[in-house]
Design a protein around this ligand. Structure first.
Ligand SMILES: CC(C)(COP(=O)(O)OP(=O)(O)OC[C@H]1O[C@@H](n2cnc3c(N)ncnc32)[C@H](O)[C@@H]1OP(=O)(O)O)[C@@H](O)C(=O)NCCC(=O)NCCS
Length: 398
């Protein structure tokens, strides 16, 4: 049965609970209890940013975004819409409801001056049609504690201490902000994110904080034992520098009774194997897409990031979903400007997202037919310009 003509509008606060229930049902999650809702989940819903689509007067679809920012190569951060809570009721899918909400949400982000929108996708085939591309990936690792010894060469310093969940609520937001800018893909965790996070924290979540030799906190890890087993799952490990990162891992690998330490959603280039005397103590159990990014304002996004040395390049961007974004850009180490010349490479918005933070090279995308090459040698120029020192990583679920 076809649904009637839908009505899309911003939801009022009294409608948030119903929207959240719709979302949880669509994601096959259990309903929220009242306490979790009022103390935690509700905080993620910012007035004016929660959308609903109504069919025959009933809420049939919803999507929300939070005010955030995203670190880009070169050290700057751009205003960003963190999109989540996306769902369409099972009896109203494949009727275009999501497409309407996506268009409304991206127009809204543009009006707010947000340069990118970003999300984590439940499935791989939903968002590319709206111009989102996989901009960073994560790796899951398992480390056999009995086999794992850190090399003597791994730098040492500071001290790790455990803090209560209550103390962590005060400490972690600022600590994360201080750690956040060193890597492209890192996002500002919106204000409402932290109460939401506290809502999913279990009693047995333990928080370890690292302080440097002068006593300044510079990293933390949130972990929990997996059921009754001797495996510890590390949900969140963020550090401002290499010493804090390796010292937090050293701490985790030193916890008594633990057999396996599982790092979930880690940067793909985290040098765990290089820290270990026996690199085979660390096993990669999966590499997954992490953050999907949609460049809402292509010229502003291109201008915001830094470029490595190399010759300038004329890049043509096509954009089927937001045609106003299409254009030609002269990109070089000295900056970005619009260009009239013939393009050397052409790609669409989703492919540009994969290139933007440095996760993929133009050559890799061209090998999949996602970059059209008009001039021999242009791929090598693009590879050089867009390369980054570290792999991008978001590390924040939302
Ligand atoms: C994913 C979801 C929001 C899609 O909503 P929808 O209203 O059915 O999407 P639309 O009708 O606007 O679909 C637009 C296009 O995307 C395609 N599409 C949508 N969801 C898809 C999916 N999960 N897999 C493959 N294709 C999908 C549609 O077939 C349609 O293609 P067409 O234009 O060629 O016909 C909905 O299926 C849902 O709520 N799923 C469960 C919850 C979920 O996964 N939410 C996303 C959280 S990140």
């Amino acid at each position: 049965m076809d649904v009637g003509e839908p009505e899309l509008r911003v939801l009022s606060e009294s409608e948030y609970f119903t929207a959240n229930e719709l979302f949880r049902q669509a994601l096959l999650l259990p309903a929220t209890d009242e306490e979790t809702w009022s103390a935690h989940t509700r905080a993620m819903m910012e007035p004016g940013r929660v959308l609903g689509t109504f069919v025959d007067g009933e809420l049939a679809g919803t999507a929300l975004s939070m005010t955030s920012s995203l670190a880009v190569p070169g050290g700057a951060a751009v205003p960003a819409a963190a999109v989540t809570g996306v769902a369409v009721r099972a009896d109203a899918t494949r009727q275009g409801l999501l497409t309407r909400m996506m268009r409304h949400q991206l127009d809204d982000a543009a009006r707010r001056g947000e340069v990118v929108a970003m999300l984590h996708a439940s499935e791989g085939r939903i968002y590319e049609r709206f111009g989102y591309g996989v901009a960073c990936r994560t790796r899951n690792v398992e480390i056999d504690r009995a086999q794992a010894r850190l090399r003597d060469s791994v730098p040492r310093g500071g001290r790790v201490r455990l803090v209560t969940q209550e103390r962590a609520r005060d400490l972690l937001p600022e600590l994360h902000r201080n750690c956040a800018a060193d890597r492209a893909g890192r996002m500002y965790r919106p204000e409402g994110w932290w109460p939401g996070r506290a809502g999913v924290m279990k009693k047995n979540h333990v928080i370890a904080v690292h302080a440097d030799d002068s006593g300044v906190d510079d990293g933390f890890a949130v972990y929990q034992s997996r059921g009754e087993s001797t495996t510890v799952d590390v949900w969140d490990l963020v550090a401002a520098n290499e010493i804090a990162a390796s010292e937090l891992w050293r701490f985790l690998l030193g916890i008594d009774l633990v057999n396996t330490v599982a790092g979930l959603g880690r940067p793909v280039d985290e040098p765990v194997e290089w820290w270990l005397a026996d690199r085979r103590a660390c096993r990669t159990t999966g590499v997954d897409d992490d953050l999907w990014v949609r460049l809402v304002d292509v010229p502003a996004a291109l201008r915001a990031r830094g470029y490595a040395h190399g010759a300038p390049l004329v890049l043509e961007v096509t954009d089927g979903f937001l045609p106003a974004n299409a254009g030609r850009y002269l990109i070089g180490p000295d900056g970005v400007s619009t260009a009239d010349e013939s393009p050397q490479l052409t790609l669409d918005a989703a492919a540009l997202a994969a290139l933007y933070l440095g996760d993929q090279s133009a050559s890799a995308l061209a090998a999949a037919g996602l970059v059209q090459v008009h001039e021999p040698g242009a791929l090598a120029v693009a590879d050089e310009l867009f390369q980054t020192r570290r792999a991008p990583w978001c590390g924040t679920g939302f």
